[in-house]
Design a binder for this molecule. Structure first.
Ligand SMILES: Cc1cc2nc3c(=O)[nH]c(=O)nc-3n(C[C@H](O)[C@H](O)[C@H](O)COP(=O)(O)OP(=O)(O)OC[C@H]3O[C@@H](n4cnc5c(N)ncnc54)[C@H](O)[C@@H]3O)c2cc1C
Length: 385
């Protein structure tokens, strides 16, 4: 294990990956005004198949008893609101929509996840943001569109009023522009922006010393530090032992008819007994689309040479959608939860890849076997803060 020392002023720092980890790192470093910062990505930002690129992601503070992420969200919330103001000043729509997040339990009970979340949030002094909906009537009085959900057993809920969803592709663009303004340099594209391997100091024995990266066009880019923020691609690029695995998660977008739009638009993000069912969904967005997804064990795509799971996406397999079994499962779930949506046509679907860590926590650390190398991955499906 090498001891960590921060880079000295004037250091050149290469960040590989321009998703939310890479860009928020680049932005935070740029505020220090003492580093030469370069971001590499295999695609223009926002990369179409990055986990960070989507029409919406939940912004929530509800993390059972994991108060680290609650605290992170409490720090993040004012920044989301600030970004909305910055965008409004430029005549752009909000990136953050504070609709609240509605957590359902079932059969009159919350699971540990919801119970612990309420406890942690209350203990942090934010009990006032929780609105309890303890009876079927209290839910349907507020949200008549969940009448069938309540009848089918999703009959206890709470609304966390501090939370909602972000337009994550727009959020990525917003921070990308901020990085450019702050002098961060970008190298993007399938040849010049794609990391192929590390440039190591010749002859280093024991702990290897990273002195830069080699891109697909065989160019060497020297740096004092390299940060691998390559999301679910990370385990396929750098040995992070068994700490993270790329898992494919199911996402579908539906286009409800005009008759349903009003009720499905004026609602919070919903999470349906999520530690048991995995399902969550969003209000209809401005484009008239409703996204539903499932947080689950997911799929893996092991590569031949070493069995490491690597993302398979629509960039290389343009015809890929989601497995038919997964769609059937989603429709069956919707039939019991929001039956008015269970047979809507799918207008878009994809497998979106998490970098899943063992305990669901982010993996952000100097690499123990490579000097000058930091890994920032292990988003585990919840890093869009
Ligand atoms: C289905 C789904 C739903 C989600 N829902 C939520 C949610 O509701 N709320 C929430 O908080 N989070 C959610 N997440 C998680 C969130 O999207 C991720 O935590 C976050 O986007 C991870 O960001 P990242 O920067 O680590 O990875 P990514 O956004 O995937 O970025 C990785 C980047 O690395 C680049 N890259 C890869 N390989 C190379 C290479 N060789 N050279 C150069 N560049 C490379 C890629 O092009 C990409 O731009 C969800 C994720 C999925 C998949």
């Amino acid at each position: 294990m090498t001891a960590y020392t921060p880079p000295s002023p004037g250091s050149k720092i290469i960040i590989v990956g321009g998703g939310c980890f890479g860009l928020s790192t680049a932005h935070a470093l740029s505020l220090k005004k003492k580093y030469d910062i370069w971001v590499f990505d295999r695609l223009p930002i926002p990369a179409t198949d990055a986990a960070s690129t989507d029409i919406n992601k939940i912004v929530r503070m509800d993390y059972a008893d994991d108060t680290l992420y609650l605290q992170l969200m409490l720090e993040g919330m004012p920044i989301w609101r600030q970004w909305n103001k910055e965008r409004a000043a430029e005549g752009l729509g909000p990136v953050y929509n504070e609709t609240g997040v509605l957590f359902f339990g079932s059969n009159g009970k919350f699971s540990d996840y919801e119970k612990k979340s309420i406890k942690s949030i209350t203990e942090a002094g934010y009990g006032h943001v929780i609105e309890h909906l303890p009876t079927p009537k209290s839910i349907t009085d507020k949200y008549p569109q969940f009448k069938e959900a309540v009848e089918n057993g999703y009959d206890i809920a709470y609304l966390n009023k501090d939370g909602g969803w972000c337009n994550s592709a727009e959020a990525v663009k917003h921070i990308y522009n901020k990085c450019i303004k702050n002098g961060v340099q970008f190298v993007l594209g399938p040849d010049k922006g794609t990391f192929e391997k590390f440039q190591e100091k010749p002859g280093s024995s024991g702990v290897k010393e990273v002195v830069g990266i080699v891109t697909k066009d065989k160019k060497v880019h020297y740096a004092d530090r390299v940060i691998m923020a390559t999301g679910s691609w990370t385990p396929g690029l750098v040995d992070i032992s068994t700490q993270c695995i790329a898992t494919g998660q199911v996402v579908a977008q539906f286009q409800p008819p005009q008759s349903l739009i009003t009720s499905l638009k004026n609602q919070p993000v919903w999470c349906t007994d999520v530690s048991r069912t995995g399902y969550y969904g969003f209000p209809v967005n401005e484009g008239g689309r409703m996204k539903v997804a499932r947080h689950a064990t997911g799929y893996i795509a092991p590569r031949l040479q070493d069995n490491v799971s690597v993302p398979r996406t629509q960039v290389t397999h343009s015809g890929d959608t989601i497995p038919v079994g997964a769609l059937k499962h989603m429709r069956t779930f919707l039939n019991g939860f929001l039956p008015q949506t269970s047979s809507l046509d799918v207008v878009y679907s994809r497998i979106c890849w998490y970098s899943d860590s063992i305990d669901g926590g982010f993996v952000i650390s100097p690499h123990p076997e490579y000097k000058n190398l930091i890994v920032a991955s292990g988003d585990s499906g919840h890093a869009m803060k």
